[in-house]
Write a protein that binds this ligand. Structure first.
Ligand SMILES: CC(C)(COP(=O)(O)OP(=O)(O)OC[C@H]1O[C@@H](n2cnc3c(N)ncnc32)[C@H](O)[C@@H]1OP(=O)(O)O)[C@@H](O)C(=O)NCCC(=O)NCCS
Length: 183
């Protein structure tokens, strides 16, 4: 599995996967993906060894140096590839980018989306709001979740734990070879 910047040529496959994952919640069309790429967010693709696009994820960043704010705009893994760590690898890579910018990260998630809620809980997000009927046309509610910005000191501690002999394995970025996100 490789994590790489999402390319324009991936959009058609993303649209197919969106229709499978978000049938009742206005799946993004090609134009939506195109405008997100044009806006310069950090958009990533997870590819199999056969170069098949198995998942994608995107982070938008607003603000200015010293005061950035990031939002996970989308994350999806094709049903045939779920449950194998791809969503985790994509989210970690987005969070690496947010950490580089010392940005807090926000997102919306359906209140009944247990796999996604479990994923976000594990990565330091907490529920900070409830948006009634956020998703359309389903009318489903969303939680707003937030992961606080990592301070430079927290990053130093984490990075030194990774590089110590007994530390955790390398980050999602180096495990997967991600270099240079889309933005
Ligand atoms: C949410 C999603 C991206 C997770 O991707 P994934 O590749 O399946 O996730 P992973 O294999 O990395 O699993 C990460 C964690 O998610 C949770 N999870 C994954 N599948 C789950 C399931 N069926 N039930 C409950 N929790 C689940 C678990 O906590 C898991 O960690 P664990 O393996 O240590 O138990 C994927 O389920 C998906 O594309 N869902 C549809 C689209 C979507 O809802 N996107 C989020 C919109 S806010």
């Amino acid at each position: 599995m490789k994590i790489e910047p999402l390319r324009r040529k991936d959009i058609r496959r993303c649209v197919e996967i969106e229709k499978l994952l978000f049938p009742g919640d206005s799946p993004w069309n090609a134009w939506a993906f195109q405008s997100e790429l044009d806006a310069g967010g950090c958009y990533l693709a997870a590819r199999t060894e056969d170069d098949e696009l198995a998942g994608y994820a995107g982070l938008a960043v607003a603000g200015r140096p010293g005061d950035f704010e990031a939002s996970v705009h989308t994350i999806g893994v094709h049903p045939d590839h779920q449950g194998r760590g791809i969503g985790t690898a994509l989210l970690r890579a987005l969070l690496e980018r947010a950490d580089e910018l010392a940005a807090p990260v926000f997102l919306e998630v359906r209140t009944d989306n247990e796999p996604a809620l479990a994923l976000y809980d594990k990565h330091g997000f907490t529920r900070v709001g409830l948006r009634k009927r956020y998703y359309q046309p389903s009318g489903a509610d969303a939680y707003t979740m937030m992961r606080p910005a990592r301070s430079p000191e927290q990053r130093r501690v984490r990075d030194s734990a990774k590089s110590s002999p007994g530390g955790t394995s390398a980050s999602a970025r180096s495990q997967t070879g991600t270099e240079g996100a889309a933005r």
